[in-house]
Design a protein around this ligand. Structure first.
Ligand code: GLN
Length: 447
């Protein structure tokens, strides 16, 4: 049914970069046999899902939305891919994304333009926009995305789906193409909070192959899902309701806050005073780490290689000149600058210090409240092409999502109504480290 649905709608939505029909069918048949024998591998055995094209998949081309990796076929699976296979989920294919996950609209993909199923002239968000579009268009029951500064939550918000960025270290990054290693975190994107809990259950595992993977127990994420919010204290940070945000987004989120009060939660006015530095801090740290991570694409080891270069330096230069798109080049230049001798102290080191202050803001607030509520994105889905020539206005799409990555916290986006034009709005729920179960319960109460 999913493959049929993809044939019907994907020519318009264009969420998939490649569909692995054969692999999905083989897995589905094996799952059928297990189910008939009364022996499913997991509660989601047989449920088809998609993968952002940033997850290494053995034998299936993986490009991270970049020309430089065109034709790259990984020799092994990312840990989370292996876990999904072991749990019996047919992996239907690889989903479009911004090149190396840099972007908020999917428009920096080197391959195709993904359209928002709610309005095909608009973006499905980014960088996991193929994932959000495929879930919203009912092509798959769920997908995995990655979130470095908002790339799971923002596309979820723009497509009326649920997206969870787990605590940094909660889910293994092994076998996921790195963008900014201290911020990247994979997570589920689904139609419902319950589905997100079920998918998280399969991938939240300590992994000795990822040095930053946390050795913590995995709770039962579904156990407390219906527990409600009575008695919880929910923080409303004043810095997240700012000038310039869309009035209809603000109205939807304020309505959600009132609903939480009706459901028995107490709203608490809180302040996260360093929020105003988060965007600048992120756009130093993320490009700095990216410039280092992307040094490996040299034409020698992976993917594309310039054919007519004379000598090694020219080979590097031509491969990278042709293989990377404009946004990736911009980030490499910004990051290289911030890390270079003489500027390191003034930019990168300073940004790391501010990052600590941002984290401390949250630590203080979470002494008083159980979670923090805010809009996920300041605006609903914008028109394709609208911001493509204006990197700064694109970067502003992340103001509400990226502090969570800088602090390493879990965050999710849950649908919270529509604008008059019928565009989805998302509510963001942020929590204490490893408190995903409570975030899911809070989101479920409103869903
Ligand atoms: N939009 C942000 C960026 O371009 C975040 C991307 C992400 O989370 N991968 O860096």
């Amino acid at each position: 049914a999913c493959l049929e649905r993809i044939r019907q709608v994907d020519p318009k939505v264009r969420a998939f970069l490649r569909v692995d029909e054969e692999g999905a069918l083989v897995a589905a048949r094996a799952s059928d046999a297990r189910r008939k024998a009364g022996n499913p591998a997991s509660p989601l055995d047989g449920v088809p899902v998609g993968l952002k094209d940033i997850f290494l998949t053995e034998g299936v081309e993986t490009t991270a939305g970049s020309r430089i990796l065109e034709g790259f076929v990984p020799p092994y699976d990312a840990t989370v891919v292996r876990l999904l296979k072991e749990a019996g989920l047919p992996l239907v294919g690889k989903l479009n994304m911004d090149e190396f996950a840099m972007g908020s609209s999917n428009e920096s993909s080197a391959y195709s333009l993904t359209h928002n199923p709610w309005d095909l002239t608009r973006t499905p968000g980014g960088s996991s926009g193929g994932s959000s579009a495929a879930v919203a268009a009912r092509e798959v029951f769920g997908a995995l995305g990655t979130d470095t500064g908002g790339s799971i939550r923002q596309p979820a918000a723009l497509t009326n789906t649920v997206g969870l960025k787990p605590t940094y270290g909660r889910v293994s990054r092994f076998g996921i193409i790195a963008f900014a290693s201290s911020l990247d975190q994979p997570g589920p994107m689904t139609r419902t909070v319950g589905d997100t809990a079920a998918l998280l259950q399969l991938i939240a595992r300590h992994d000795p192959q990822d040095a930053t993977s946390a050795a913590v127990e995995t709770p039962d994420y579904s156990a407390d899902l219906e527990g409600g919010v009575r008695g919880l204290r929910l923080g409303v940070p004043r810095e997240y309701f700012i000038e310039g945000m869309d009035p209809e987004v603000e109205a939807s989120v304020r309505e959600a806050l009132r609903e939480y009060e009706r459901l028995g939660a107490t709203l608490v006015d809180v302040s996260l005073p360093h929020t105003k530095y988060a965007l600048a801090t992120y756009y130093l740290i993320a490009p700095a780490e990216a410039s280092s991570n992307l040094a490996r694409y040299d034409g020698i080891r992976y993917g594309q290689r310039a054919k007519d270069a004379r000598g090694l330096k020219e080979l590097y230069a031509q491969t990278r000149e042709r293989g990377f798109g404009p946004e990736v080049k911009r980030r490499i230049m910004l990051g290289t600058y911030a890390l270079s001798a003489g500027y390191y102290d003034a930019y990168y080191l300073r940004a790391q210090k501010v990052r600590t202050l941002i984290r401390e803001d949250f630590t203080k607030v979470f002494k008083d409240v159980d979670a923090v509520l805010s809009p996920t994105s300041p605006v609903p889905a914008f028109k394709l092409g609208e911001k493509v020539d204006d990197p700064l206005s694109m970067y502003l799409m992340d103001v509400f999502t990226l502090p969570c990555n800088l602090a390493g916290l879990p965050g999710l986006s849950v649908p919270c109504g529509f604008t008059k034009a019928g565009l989805p709005v998302g509510l963001q729920v942020l929590g204490r480290p490893f408190d995903e179960a409570r975030l899911l319960r809070i989101a479920r109460a409103y869903e």
